[in-house]
Structures are given as C-alpha cells and as structure tokens.
Ligand binder design. Structure first.
Ligand code: MSP
Length: 522
C-alpha cells in the first residue's frame, strides 16, 4: 500500500469538556483530510487525548478520583466528539494506552543510549500549572508571574535534560529552506525569530515521581516520569508504529519493521494541525526529537488562531464557552462546520457571537445554498416531472472556475478561500435563476427549449456543488446527491467536471437543506 496522506490534530488535555476551540481544530483537519480523499488519495486522520501530567492529576484529585478512572470517564465524552462533528477519523489515541507508552519508553532508552540526555540539578521558579521552570525573562515588570502560570514555587530538583544546542543551526536552515514547514508565514517568522535571537535552553524531560506520579516511568530511572510534552508529541509516531509503519518501526527498532501485511505507511506526517499557543513545542522541540531519533520531519505545521466568545476568552469557570454538541443539536453539524471554516482564515483569531452564527446560517446556508438547491430541483419536478432535460452548457465555465479554485485552495491549506470560491458559484447560479426567470419561461410554450437549458444548467450546477462541498459539509453534499437521485457519494473531485448528470435521469425527492429559524414560532 502506498503512503497515506497523514494528518493529525493536537491531542487535547483530558481535564475538561470539549469546546469550540477544540472542535474548530478537528474540523479544519477533517476538511483537509476529506479533500485528499476527493483527490483520490488514501488519507489517515489521527486525533486523541493527552492524559498524563500535572493538569490531569490535579483535576482528578479535585474530583477525588484516581487519574486513570478520571481519564476513563472523560474519554467517553471526548471519543464521541468525532461522531458529533462527523469527522472521518482513522484512529483515536489515548496516551495512557500501552501501544503509546511502549513507544515513548523505547525512544527514551534509545536517546539515553546515544548520549542525548544528561542529569543535572536545577533550582528556580516552577509553575505547577504549566509544568515548567520559569526564568527571569518570564517575570512581569512588577516582579510577579503571569496568572497563566498559576501557582509559582521555588524548587531545587535533579532531572534529566535533552541537549538542544547541537540542533539549533540545522533547524534554522530547515525552516528557511522549507517555506511550508511552518505556516502561516507570520508564525514561521515567529519561530525563526525565536531560534535566531537566543541560545536554545536544554529541555527538561523528566519530573520526579515523588512530586508528579501521573506520567510514563523513565525505564532507566524509575524514580522519574516523562515530561508530559515529551510523552504527548510522540503520539504522532506511536500510532503509526502501532499500524506497522515501516519508517518508524525501523528507526526505533520496533516489531513490525519487516513490512507485515496490513501495515500502513504513514510517517512522515503531511500536516500537523495545531493552535498557535503550542507552536514552539511542534516547530522546535518536536523536530529536534525526531532528528535525534533519526526520523524525517513532518511536511507542514499548520497553526490556527484562537476563538473567543463575545470578545472574552473562553473559560469553564466563568461559563463563557461554546459547547459544540449544543450548537450541533440546535443547528445541525454542517451549519457548525461551515461557520467555523468560513469565518476564519487559518491563523487568524476569531470571535464567536450567536448573532454572527445565525447571520451566516440564514444568508449563506438557508438563502444561498439551500434556496438554490431547493428551487432548482423543485422546478425540474414541477415543469418536467423530475426528469432531466437535454444537456446545456450555461454555467459550465463558472462551475469549472469554482472547481479549479476549490482544489487549489484546498491543496494550499486554505479552506476558507475554497468556500469563498464555492459561494461565488452559488451566488452566480442564484443570479442566473433571477435573470432567466424559469417560472416565466414555463408559462410560454414557445420557450420550452430555453426552459430545458436552464433546468439542466441548474441541476448540473447543484451536482457540481455537492462534489465541491463534500470535504466541508459531507452530510449536506450527500443529501444533495440523494435529491438528485444519484446513489454514489460525491467524494471524487474528478466528478466535478460538467455534464455528469445524464439527460433523462430521474431526480429523487426534494427536501429543504437548511430550514430558516428566524421567524417567530407559531
Ligand atoms: N495537550 C496539549 C497538546 C498536545 S499535542 C501533542 C494541549 N491541549 S489543549 O487541550 O490545551 O489544546 C488542544 C488544542 O486546542 C490546541 O491546539 C489548542 O491551541 C486548541 N485550542 C484550545 N483552546 C482554543 C481556542 N479557544 N481557540 C482555538 N483553539 C484552541 O495543548
């Protein structure tokens, strides 16, 4: 089997419930993964949970549960998120799984044997919430530390450190020579600025088990557990290893290296989709870890922006949050998927307001797409008994432009621009209905041939739209195909070329796609 297009998201901390920010990231990744299916590739989409570390241990303690019981309980809700969002995932990892822990330990042993670590004592200020030592640079002008760090304590500790100095120069050249490695561009500049302006400090990769027991034990020093980031990042290769990926298995000398039947070729990842707050872990520490292991680097780290709600940071404690499940229950999953992808360019920050959501729902989904599909197909039923007339090519050029642009924007990881191209076609087709006025043509028997042309062009545009929409709104795209009486799935981009629907074809039953919700209830 050829290498799959391998796309991942961050794995979420299992210390709370999923919110809009988590859901947004997963939807972007799903759109990009589905687009590769449309291009005829094998795609492998991985997401999961980051279950170790201080944050989770503290949250479990606060509920009087063991960390494992706490995680097992929360995982039930998190595992249902992919279903709620209609994500086409191929695996879901929990870092407490044996398959993951074994790989983390194998890496630790290999890197220790090859001299990448040393043990040293460090004293300084430690943020328990962020699980990290702070330096003088982190102090605020008033001498304190940002509340983001929570409680900061003075600590003197021996730990294992990962030597980073030998990696700084090659990483800078890698980022300079591979413009797509970190995107968007402003994030790439941020990483380059960070790397060029200071000497990298070695990374502390252990925590004494006496202080923090909820982690993966260090095989050669069982009085320590693994630093949660050294553990979490490894999910991107521990899962490929569990699927027998030859590159990972060989580099780490794991079983499965001999190319077993059913093995998947996944590594290197094509895209890591992450939020801007965890860029340094992905664009600095992770590439260095991979290089030390002798593994190739991912092709692209795509850093998205952050959502606020009503201009405020989302937070559990204040209740200022958007619950993806609630939005989906009220508006439907495709309305949610559409809104978050359409609203933000990747990299930009966003602000959720209920009014903004409802506005796009009504103008772009109900009036734009829904109305076009509904009136186009209803007219074929009303005027031609649901049977497609002879082919015409009105709107063919516009449909071809939309297809070409959609494909190139998706390849460039710009799903928002792809939606703009698709909606330009929707706007043009709605304008075409107004200009050609088929309801008037239908009243004049001499204009029957023109009516045929208009009806075919609209039905075929509807079909092309279903194909273009599938990565974004898979359920809606499939409903449009069913309404067109087409039995297959609109998940092949090659099907977006004009003329796919045959004259004489019988349409299926029509039903509204996005019912309006802004009229007072009777
Ligand atoms: N567990 C780490 C990631 C380890 S990846 C090897 C983590 N977890 S998290 O739960 O805090 O965040 C998970 C992802 O959700 C991150 O990419 C983060 O940027 C994203 N978001 C969390 N809140 C967000 C918003 N308010 N808006 C957009 N994305 C946000 O970090």
């Amino acid at each position: 089997m050829a290498k799959s297009f391998f796309i991942t998201t961050a794995i979420d901390y299992s210390n709370g419930q999923p919110h809009l920010g988590h859901a947004y990231e997963k939807i972007i990744a799903d759109v990009l993964a589905r687009s590769r299916v449309c291009f005829g590739e094998q795609a492998f989409f991985l997401t999961g949970l980051d279950e170790h570390g201080q944050k989770v241990q503290q949250a479990a303690l606060a509920e009087g549960k063991t960390p494992q019981a706490f995680c097992d309980h929360l995982a039930i809700g998190w595992r249902s998120l992919p279903k709620t969002l209609n994500l086409r995932i191929d695996d879901f990892v929990r870092t407490t799984e044996l398959r993951h822990k074994q790989v983390v330990q194998a890496i630790l042993v290999k890197l220790e044997r090859e001299g990448h670590f040393y043990k040293a004592e460090h004293s300084g200020f430690y943020s328990t919430r962020q699980e990290t030592f702070l330096t003088e640079k982190d102090r605020l002008p008033n001498g304190g530390f940002d509340p983001f760090y929570g409680e900061v304590v003075e600590l003197k500790e021996e730990n294992y450190y990962f030597k980073l100095a030998p990696h700084q120069d090659w990483l800078i050249s890698h980022i300079e020579q591979n413009p797509e490695f970190v995107s968007p561009e402003n994030r790439r500049n941020e990483v380059l600025g960070f790397l060029k302006n200071q000497k990298l400090e070695d990374l502390c990769i252990t925590r004494p088990a006496s202080r923090l027991s909820w982690g993966i034990p260090i095989p050669f020093a069982p009085e320590y557990v693994t630093y949660v980031w050294f553990d979490a990042l490894v999910n991107y290769i521990s899962v490929p290893a569990s699927h027998g990926d030859p590159i990972v298995c060989q580099a780490l000398d794991l079983p499965g290296s001999s190319g077993e039947a059913g093995a998947r070729e996944l590594w290197p990842a094509d895209i890591h989709v992450i939020g801007k707050d965890i860029l340094q872990f992905h664009a600095v520490y992770w590439p260095i870890m991979l290089r030390a292991m002798g593994l190739p680097l991912p092709s692209r780290i795509l850093a998205h922006g952050w959502w606020q709600k009503d201009g405020q940071r989302m937070s559990k404690s204040t209740g200022n949050t958007v619950d993806p499940q609630a939005v989906v229950t009220e508006w439907g999953v495709d309305a949610f998927r559409y809104y978050v992808v359409r609203e933000l360019a990747i990299g930009a920050d966003g602000n959720w307001t209920d009014a903004g959501f409802s506005g796009r729902y009504h103008s772009e989904l109900a009036n734009g797409l829904g109305n076009l599909v509904n009136r186009s197909l209803s007219m074929v039923h009303r005027y031609r008994g649901g049977v497609l007339p002879a082919r015409s090519n009105d709107l063919e050029a516009e449909a071809a432009i939309a297809s070409g642009e959609t494909e190139s924007h998706l390849r460039a990881c710009n799903p928002q621009a792809a939606l703009q191209s698709i909606w330009a076609l929707i706007a043009r087709a709605n304008q075409y209905v107004d200009q050609t006025a088929p309801f008037k043509l239908a009243k004049d028997p001499h204009r029957s041939a023109r009516l045929d042309e208009v009806l075919y062009a609209l039905a075929e545009t509807t079909r092309v739209l279903a194909v273009l929409l599938w990565p974004f709104l898979p359920g809606t795209a499939e409903k449009i195909y069913a309404q067109l009486g087409l039995g297959n799935s609109p998940n092949r981009f090659t099907d977006s070329s004009w003329g796919g629907i045959r004259p004489g074809h019988q349409l299926g039953p029509v039903a509204p796609l996005f019912p309006r919700k802004d009229h007072p209830k009777a």
